[in-house]
Design a protein around this ligand. Structure first.
Ligand code: DC
Length: 646
């Protein structure tokens, strides 16, 4: 993972400069799948580096395609229909609906069974829209429930063409049917009432498929006859227009900004969002480049110029709806109410994106609501959004849209976007590109470590738990690790002060600390809080060898998790001296004794005395730790203060 898990964004920092977005995702998926079917070698440049396309690549690899990655970014696929075989394990599509739907169509043409699985969000998405036509063609497609949710079991074989009118406007459904049509007997016809993305048709024709397209009212009729594909190589995937929307909107709404996004795919209906922004009065232009791509330039209104104005947006203008989260940010800083009609499909994206957009707009201080399939956003005017903390809901487009909204808040105010790692799905380098455009330091990749130290009863557990939940980070209670060793010593009848024997125990025991504490396979969650363990633990924790062993485990935990919230006594001073935020919690002796009601006041005092006077890493406040007295304060209040130090 290269993206940070949490993004801290300064309001009002202008974006200036040029950026190239990752390869267009839809084209990347298709380039991979068609190269897998094409007899021979295909070299692809500019392939999307997101997790979605990686899932498609891994799937074709699992079916026998050799994939080589070159230092110049080129990806070579050695494919051919005749080379493909049944995958040995289920094909994991991760978060990618495109992978699952297109692969379902592809594997339907082979007489073996393929299982397609996905993450929790993909597993909740409807697959009946592809299952129904594929079954009519002669495949068997099983999923769960009436909407045929994944895992999907596709048994392919001898297919025959059908004449199908799609029920939802979806390029994925159309593509799945056309992929199956490649190996079906007779012509396969797909009618769509509304035109959707045409990458599949364009790229299949390029690869030699017998395919024709006719205009049909507002839509198209696509007819494909059984065809063999040939490699299209080398192929350069143009930049993703959906990804460009985030920087273009930032350019339009953050005062002082001027951004250009180069190398962008400019196929039909893909830059509809630019027309929407132009209608709102934004300064944005599209210039075609000689290589067939486009450069989009966007700049913020000049001082004194009128702000963006609300508009009406019909779903047909932005068929995939992928740019709505970014446009929602423009609507949130516009004057008046922008109305998006027919956007109900947003509910079945990676998350309920309609709800997520409403939450985001509201969190930043504008107003939004949905009625049926209509979304209305009432803006607050320029530079008037307020800072907030927003969670991406695990959705890449929400993470990026929220980053743009955060740039448009009142200058100087900082917002926090949690769950930011979701951008890995489509744009792992988004934060780096943003940093370049704003001239700020790129955020630390991966690790955000928050160290929380302090004596018994200071509130470490409660605060660290709440901070971790707030930020979507994992939490490690290092005290539980010392307690686990003490509990094991007691169980083995080893005296706590038997230095060598206890050190040997710590070195060999398997300690797992999570919601449950498990030592050598035994759940000791309850046992480690017993008075006996409370008595023994300070002595065990004073053992330098035990400490060095547990510190190693603590560092390995953080490396594996990519950061987290770690509580203990020596975390900021010894275990993670470079933690991003260090907190030293205290509370009055009376309050600490009250919180530790399961332990006598004398017991707590004795433990604190040993912990702070021992030779090996005694309880200390690191020089750069924030001192926070929790006496009489609410948890939420303390958590807010900790988060303000991020
Ligand atoms: O946080 P706690 O009370 O559960 O910790 C149990 C004991 O472990 C405590 O007396 C001090 C010791 N400890 C330590 O020495 N270093 C740590 N990082 C965490 C706990």
């Amino acid at each position: 993972m290269t993206a940070p898990r949490i993004l801290v964004v300064n309001g009002g920092v202008a974006c200036r400069g040029s950026v190239r977005t990752p390869g267009e995702k839809s084209i990347s998926h298709r380039a991979v799948l068609f190269a897998a079917l094409a007899e021979g070698t295909s070299v692809i440049y500019g392939l999307s580096d997101g997790a979605d396309v990686a899932a498609s690549l891994a799937a074709v690899e699992a079916m026998g395609v050799r994939v080589d990655r070159a230092a110049d970014g080129g990806v070579t696929l050695h494919g051919g229909r005749s080379l493909l075989h049944q995958p040995r394990t289920p094909l994991d599509c991760g978060n990618s609906g495109t992978s699952m739907r297109l692969l379902a169509g592809l594997v339907a043409g082979f007489d073996w069974e393929t299982v397609l699985i996905g993450d929790a969000s993909l597993s909740a998405r409807p697959m009946d829209r592809v299952a129904e036509p594929l079954e009519l063609m002669g495949a068997s497609v099983e999923g769960s429930g009436p909407s045929c949710r994944p895992p999907l079991r596709v048994k392919g074989g001898t297919l025959h063409g059908i004449d199908w009118t799609t029920k939802v406007a979806s390029a994925q459904v159309k593509s799945a049917i056309l992929l199956a049509g490649l190996s079906a007997e007779g012509p396969t016809i797909v009618r769509e009432r509304v035109t959707t993305r045409a990458h599949t048709e364009e790229m299949l024709v390029e690869a030699g498929a017998d395919l024709t397209v006719e205009v049909w009212g507002e839509g198209r009729i696509v007819t494909i006859h059984p065809s063999a594909l040939r490699p299209v190589s080398p192929r350069t995937v143009p930049g993703d227009p959906s990804a460009s929307a985030f920087f273009v909107v930032a350019g339009c709404v953050v005062p002082g900004s001027s951004v250009e996004v180069v190398g962008i795919y400019q196929g039909p209906a893909r830059l509809g969002y630019v027309s929407v922004l132009q209608r709102m009065g934004a300064r944005v232009t599209v210039t075609p480049d000689p290589d067939g791509t486009a450069t989009i330039r966007a700049s913020a209104p000049e001082a004194g110029a009128p702000p963006l104005a609300a508009t009406k947006v019909a779903a047909a203008e932005i068929p995939s709806l992928d740019e709505i989260p970014a446009l929602a940010v423009a609507a949130a800083v516009a004057e008046g109410t922008t109305v998006f009609t027919d956007v109900g499909e947003l509910r079945v994206k990676e998350v309920d994106r309609l709800q997520a957009v409403i939450e985001m707009v509201t969190a930043f201080g504008a107003a939004a609501h949905a009625e049926g399939d209509t979304l209305s956003i009432t803006g607050v005017g320029p530079a008037a959004l307020r800072r907030t903390r927003f969670d991406s809901h695990g959705d890449h487009r929400m993470a990026m849209a929220a980053a743009v909204a955060a740039m448009a808040v009142t200058p100087g105010e900082r917002s926090l976007i949690t769950g930011f790692g979701a951008v890995e799905t489509s744009y792992p380098g988004f934060a780096d590109d943003l940093a370049r455009l704003t001239g700020l330091e790129p955020p630390a990749p991966r690790a955000l470590l928050i160290a929380i130290d302090g004596p018994a009863g200071a509130g470490k557990s409660t605060v660290s738990r709440a901070v971790a939940a707030e930020l979507g980070l994992d939490r490690l209670d290092t005290g539980a690790m010392y307690r686990a060793v003490a509990a094991l010593a007691l169980a083995r009848h080893i005296a706590a002060d038997d230095h060598d024997a206890v050190a040997a125990l710590a070195a060999t025991a398997q300690i797992v600390v999570g919601p449950q504490v498990v030592i050598d396979g035994q759940d000791v969650t309850g046992v480690i809080r017993s008075p006996e363990v409370g008595q023994a633990v300070s002595v065990v924790a004073a053992n330098a060898e035990v400490r060095s062993h547990l510190v190693r485990l603590q560092r390995a935990w953080a490396a594996a998790k990519g950061g987290g919230v770690v509580e203990g006594r020596d975390i900021g001073a010894v275990v993670f001296p470079k933690a991003e935020v260090k907190v030293y919690l205290t509370a009055s002796p009376e309050e600490r004794a009250r919180r530790r009601h399961d332990e006598s006041a004398a017991g707590v005092a004795r433990r604190d005395r040993i912990d702070s006077t021992r030779a090996a890493s005694p309880l200390t406040r690191a020089d750069d730790a924030h001192l926070l007295d929790t006496t009489g304060r609410t948890v939420q209040d303390v958590v807010e203060e900790v988060l303000s130090w991020l």
